[in-house]
Design a protein around this ligand. Sequence first.
Ligand code: GAR
Length: 195
Amino acid sequence: MLRLVVLISGGGSNLRALLEASEDAAFPARVVAIGADRDAEGLAHAEEFGIPAFTVPFTAYPDRESWGAELVEQLGVWEPDLVVLSGFMRLLPPAAVEALSPGLINTHPAYLPEFPGAHGVRDAIAAGVTQTGASVIVVDSGVDSGPIIAQERVAVLPGDTESTLHDRIKLVERRLLVQSVLDIADGTIDLKELA
Ligand code: GAR
């Protein structure tokens, strides 16, 4: 059974997809804890599913490095096989990436390497493209630049706003994330080989 810790900053719909998948006894991974960098709305899912949660508030630390060191420390308590950044909107400092690699993956609402960063959906709309996508990647020291585990195209429809497009992307993203975790758990994907 793969032990997952999922880190969130927002509503946690991708987290919820993993929690729901974990309810199937045949799913080879379990969310053992949920972490956040702020008082995230998605922590309500932790409560609903009875999963322990912790918060390491970014703003409570003097710099990114000390915040990241505390986050790694708290993650370690749960002995995760895999840490999933699931709408976690803070860049981890290099030392944290190094400490958690290669068992550190991220989900992103664009077809990487297109539109990396915090505004992948907004940037796709601004660029006027007719298709964007969703990606699950291994985290490396860059911004959304790690090896791709899974990705799929999503059409940008006439009249799409950031919100309508993001909602459609998230449907794909959740499926890709659950499948990626499954593939990592059963060895179809070897993160050591990818990283
Ligand atoms: C997701 O679309 C995720 O890819 C994105 O935030 C959303 C979180 O949704 N993350 C990034 O943009 C990271 N660069 P959720 O909280 O409902 O899972």
